[in-house]
Design a binder for this molecule. Structure first.
Ligand code: SAM
Length: 246
């Protein structure tokens, strides 16, 4: 069998491409890329001549068996997404699962990731945290997802596209209340990198008044005053029954 390498790519700053990531892309037989045209620019920059094959959410079904077959034939494949870590709100997880299930070696290369980059500079509690990624675009589904998070006491990390930011901030305000702390981490590693820190109400006001451009990670403070849990039975029901039967 060959090896599947998971290779993170810069989230905005080419200087973040690690020497090991470059070397891996040079040495593998094939690069499975979310968008081959996008990745070609990266390959050109680092003078990498490896052949690419497209692998994204819309061709996963047909590509997955092809990639697995190539790995089983002994080819080494590197998987990359458009930016950051493959599999993290990006294609990749199915291929990893397929490899793990077939005993094909999976080698992760550490590197850029928007969520952790945002978290460490947010000033909010860095652990424990919950990485959510993108909320649903559908109103009812998004509401349900957020309802499930209201009692979480740990920091919450969301990704969002700029044109949906305001709507998402309003949904966060409705679910969590507008006084919770939030940090909008914008254009990480890029020229206009910025951190907007305040309450959800402040963030909504900012988003209302600004032309929202760039990429955003949202870090939301956990619930500082969660509701008390339902009182529990002294013993779990099964054990109570066991006692009665004895
Ligand atoms: N795989 C990537 C990673 O490891 O972070 C995430 C890919 S996901 C499709 C893209 C989202 O990540 C964006 O909508 C944004 O929320 C976040 N993101 C990516 N690059 C960013 C950056 N430079 N600054 C802020 N957020 C970024």
């Amino acid at each position: 069998n060959g090896t599947l390498f998971l290779v993170p790519t810069p989230i905005g700053n080419l200087g973040d491409m690690s020497p090991r990531a470059v070397k891996t892309l040079q040495e593998v037989d094939l690069i499975a890329a979310e968008d081959t045209r996008n990745t070609q620019k990266l390959l050109n920059h680092f003078e990498i001549n490896t052949k690419q094959i497209s692998f994204h959410e819309y061709n996963t079904k047909e590509r997955l068996p092809q990639l697995v077959a190539k790995l089983q034939q002994g080819l080494d494949i590197a998987q990359v997404s458009d930016a950051g870590m493959p599999s993290i709100s990006d294609p990749g997880a199915e291929l990893v699962q397929a490899c793990v299930g077939r005993g094909i070696r999976v080698v992760p290369i550490p590197g850029p990731n928007a969520a952790l980059t945002a978290l460490i500079a947010s000033g909010l509690c860095p652990q424990p945290f919950l990485f959510y990624g993108f909320l649903s675009r559908k109103n009812t589904e998004r509401k349900e997802q957020l309802q499930g998070l209201t009692q979480q006491t740990i920091s919450l990390i969301f990704y969002e596209a700029p044109h949906r930011l305001l709507k998402t901030l309003k949904s966060l305000g409705e679910a969590f209340g507008t006084t919770r702390q939030i940090v909008l981490c914008r254009e990480l590693t890029k020229r206009y990198e910025e951190f907007l820190r305040g309450t959800i109400a402040d963030a909504i006001e900012w988003a209302n008044d600004s032309e929202i451009k760039g990429e955003f990670v949202l870090i939301v403070e956990g619930n500082q005053a969660p509701l008390p849990e339902e009182p529990k039975a002294v013993l779990p029901l099964e054990e109570q029954v066991d006692l009665l039967i004895k």
